[in-house]
Each structure stands twice: as structure tokens, then as C-alpha cells.
Design a protein around this ligand. Structure first.
Ligand SMILES: [Zn+2]
Length: 121
């Protein structure tokens, strides 16, 4: 892990530069696009109201938590005085943008299948 919590690297699928973060939930490595979005943290309800808007970004923060934000600089938020603690920087998962994502999905589905089989019922 680098100092800011991310390892850099390249996607094995498409060769795009990626960052890595470990999820806070289950310490799983997730590849991220190296594009940081900064914006106002949204509640679940606010995020669902913004669904479909380009202002809505959902990604991982540097601590590996999934956070939905409304990006600054669009939607009239640019000049607003927003306290720093209401802002968050997120990186979107590369699974969402990778041109080879279908291959990843197959791998993930296979992993889930195997994990389910191992789990005692
Ligand atoms: Zn990729």
C-alpha cells in the first residue's frame, strides 16, 4: 500500500492505469479508475433522488468505504461554501468502466459460485 492508501498498477484486462483500495467491509482489493471526484456526501435517499444524474458519483473513498457524492463544479454547487467535513473524494471502481468488464463478471460469478459451494449450509 502506498502512503495514500492506494497501490497503482495496470488493469490485467485492458491495460488501463488503475489504483487499488481494500474495502473497509471485507478487506477485498478493488481496482479503481485513477480519476478522483470530489463532492458533497449524500445520504442514501439523496443519492437515489439523483439517480441517472452525471453529478452523482459513487465510489470508494481512500479508506475503502463506498460513498455517494454530488460532484462540485456542477449543479450550481461551485460557489457554495461547503464545510470540508461534508466533502469527500471518491474513485469509481474500474469494474464499471473496463472494456473487458464482462470477463471480470464471469470470473466474479465463478468465484461466488465456488464460495457458495464451500459455505456449509
Ligand atoms: Zn480494465
Amino acid at each position: 500500500m502506498s502512503r495514500d492508501g492506494h497501490d497503482s498498477g495496470k488493469c490485467r484486462g485492458c491495460g488501463a492505469p488503475i489504483l487499488w483500495v481494500r474495502t473497509a467491509k471485507d478487506d477485498r482489493p478493488v481496482p479503481l479508475d485513477p480519476v478522483a471526484f470530489r463532492g458533497v456526501v449524500l445520504t442514501r435517499k439523496e443519492a437515489s433522488e439523483l439517480k441517472g444524474s452525471p453529478d452523482l458519483r459513487r465510489g470508494y473513498n481512500r479508506d475503502g468505504f463506498v460513498v455517494a457524492i454530488r460532484v462540485i463544479g456542477q449543479g450550481g454547487l461551485f460557489d457554495a461554501a461547503i464545510p470540508d467535513e461534508d466533502l469527500e473524494t471518491v474513485w469509481e471502481t474500474h469494474f464499471a468502466t473496463c472494456p473487458r468488464r464482462k470477463a471480470f463478471r464471469r470470473v466474479q460469478a465463478r468465484r461466488r459460485e465456488l464460495a457458495a459451494r464451500r459455505r456449509p449450509s
